[in-house]
Design a protein around this ligand. Structure first.
Ligand code: ADP
Ligand code: MG
Length: 618
């Protein structure tokens, strides 16, 4: 019988290891940039072509390598960072497995140019598919310049598995961001296909965060400083008002290494308990410093999951420490919890004036209970353009609705007879005195033929304004109000990428954008009916909503815009309404095509019918 067990070739072993460490171009970027950081660089430049398929180049001004080390660095388990097992538990540098360069070289063509300060000439090493090709002297500056070309050229399965360029580049940005957020004192640049994506000078941590995520975050951050014997936590958390659904600006770092930690995330959220709405989350950038002996970073090859010896204690420290930070920053709850959908998206800053109750034009003599309403309504000369828009729809959809609701037979007339015994006034007067009350400053209650109608004031008004704005957006299709002073948008790179995708749609509702330079998106024109001061915030909200709703094709930009404008103005619960306002809301609600539901598909009203009422008195 012949021997069947053979030792794997070194190249094959490296390729297998590469499967673990190098999953996509972003993994290469991560490993190379981390090596540059470990080499003490103060300036690191990353050049990417075709989302890393063609080229990933990382240039640093770190300590460089000697002629011998340059070749050695591609050997598996070659590392200058770990010499004995005890070091494994005490790691301060990023790399330590000595696998990255060997793995990368096994699945690509690599050219390394490097020079140390004391050497007159540098050295150039070329590797291809794990094989050494050549080494030669080269003149180059101090530091290391590593070019990785044709990634996965010899592993077609891997290459096929890569996603589109947008997705792969997005992964690169994600890895890049995680590293630059831990090293604000290092200057970084990222280029894609020769255009600048990030140019980050040496900065403070806050400046670095803002240069990544946009100026709009500036006033939202509260600095954190929790110092205990177990852990030191610094960085920033967002004000409660900055919390959002699906917040992606959440970062934990431990000993300057990015980590995922669902458990600690929970601790942060508990600190915000009752300060933010359920289902929303604040941004945070928290940096933990712990004794490296108390963590195990080696649980996963890509090293984003980290085990903590003192996990539960740290959990409690996070929760209490952040709660205290928030208390000190005096961010008392400013949210009405009974009003869940009203705060889905923060629209305007606290300093903005509270929007006034929109004045809905109405016909004070319009009588929805009059069976002859069709005539009186359509002949009314004072009806607003908005109301008239809906006359037709209303006739189609709601006349029946109305009549079955209130009945043909002058319901309120009956009420008056029954309860006040008052003499019948003229029809109009009687109906302006329709019985309507508000309860808990939240619901509008009115008797109807079949029982009692209860309307949620916020949702109803949201529905009314939504249809109004939808209409306005339609009427102004392609209209643009050109800005006298084009404005630079304070958006992060992901938002700008998103805007690229939806630029045409944004233009169709009136947002004219100049995106020739991704780092400087310019707003040139806005929809004609929008307030200049609010346009940028609203555009930001559209992009955020679009992100949230991506995948949900039913939402067009037009729809999102109408929802945002409507939510911003809709009267919140908690607002006291007078009779006239309540009457306007009821009338206008039933003038919309879908009075029973808010634009988000939530019920605007319920009717408690007589049967149900009577059952309660059984
Ligand atoms: P690790 O980072 O885990 O040690 P790598 O395979 O990433 O393993 O790198 C192997 C070795 O090559 C490193 O330990 C370091 O000595 C050297 N090296 C890699 N990149 C650089 C760089 N940019 N500058 C200086 N030395 C480097
Ligand atoms: Mg490394």
């Amino acid at each position: 019988m012949s021997e069947i067990i053979k030792l794997m070739s070194e190249a094959l072993a490296n390729q297998i290891a590469a499967g673990e460490v190098i999953q996509r171009p972003a993994s290469v970027v991560k490993e190379l940039v981390e090596n540059s950081v470990d080499a003490g660089a103060t300036k690191i430049t990353v050049n990417i072509k075709d989302a890393g398929r063609t080229l990933i180049q990382v240039i640093d001004n770190g300590q460089g390598m000697s002629e011998k080390d340059a070749v050695m660095s591609f050997e598996r388990h070659a590392t200058s960072k770990i010499y004995k097992t005890d070091d494994l538990f005490c790691i301060y540098t990023k790399g330590f497995r000595g696998e990255a360069l060997a793995s990368i070289a096994s699945v690509a063509e690599v050219e390394l140019r490097t020079r140390q300060e004391d050497d007159a000439v540098g050295t150039c090493v070329i590797m291809s598919g794990g094989q050494f090709v050549s080494q030669s002297p080269v003149s180059c500056s101090v530091g290391t310049n590593m070019s990785v070309k044709s990634l996965f050229f010899n592993v077609p399965a891997r290459r096929k598995f890569l996603k589109g360029n947008t997705t792969e580049f997005q992964h690169i940005i994600t890895e890049f961001q995680r590293i630059v957020l831990t090293h604000p004192h290092i200057e970084f640049s990222l280029y894609h296909n020769e255009s600048v994506v990030y140019q980050l000078p040496k900065a403070s941590l806050k400046q670095r965060i803002i240069s990544i995520f946009g100026k709009s975050l500036n006033s939202d951050l509260i600095s954190v400083d929790i110092d205990t014997s177990l852990v030191k936590i610094t960085g920033f958390v967002g004000k409660p008002s900055a919390s959002k659904k699906r917040n992606d600006k959440q970062y934990f770092f431990v000993n300057n290494r990015y980590m995922k930690n669902a458990y600690f995330n929970k601790a942060v959220l508990l600190a915000y308990d009752k300060l933010i709405l359920p289902d929303t989350a604040p941004p945070y950038f928290l940096y933990f410093e712990v004794d490296p002996h108390t963590i195990d970073v080696n649980v996963h090859p890509t090293k984003t999951e980290i085990n903590f010896e003192n996990g539960p204690d740290i959990f409690r420290l996070i929760q209490a420490g952040i709660r205290e930070t928030l208390n000190k920053a005096d961010v008392a709850p400013s949210i009405d919890f009974t009003n869940t959908e009203a705060n889905e998206i923060p629209y305007f800053s606290k300093n903005d004036p509270v929007p006034e109750m929109p004045q809905i034009q109405f016909d004070p003599f319009y009588n929805p209970f009059d069976s002859t309403e069709k005539k009186s309504y359509s002949s009314a000369s004072y009806k607003s353009a908005y109301m008239s828009k809906y006359t037709e729809t209303r006739e189609r959809h709601n006349l029946e609705n109305w009549q079955s609701l209130y009945g043909q037979e002058q319901l309120f007339q009956d009420d008056d007879k029954n309860f006040s015994g008052a003499q019948q006034q003229s029809l109009d007067l009687e109906n302006t005195e329709r019985k309507i009350i508000q309860i808990k400053n939240k619901y509008i209650v009115s008797p109807v033929k079949s029982g009692l109608m209860i309307i949620d004031q916020y949702r109803a008004h949201y529905r009314i304004l939504y249809n109004k704005y939808l209409n306005q957006v339609d009427e102004n299709a392609d209209g643009v109000q050109t800005l006298l002073y084009p404005q630079e948008l304070p958006f992060d790179i992901q938002s700008v990428a998103m805007i690229h995708d939806i630029q045409d749609e944004l233009m169709s509702v009136g947002f004219d954008l100049d995106l020739t330079d991704d780092t400087k998106p310019i707003l040139k024109g806005i929809p004609p009916y929008l307030d200049n001061n609010k346009a940028v915030t609203i555009l930001g909200n559209i992009v955020d909503s679009y992100k949230d709703e991506s995948g949900n094709i039913s939402s067009s930009i037009k729809d999102i815009l109408a929802k945002i404008l409507a939510r911003a103005e809709a009267i919140q619960s908690g607002r006291v309404l007078n009779n006239e306002e309540m009457r306007q809301i009821i009338d206008s609600l039933f003038a919309t095509p879908e009075p029973n539901y808010s634009p988000d598909g939530k019920q605007t009203l319920v009717i408690l019918n007589m049967d149900e009422l009577e059952k309660k008195f059984n």
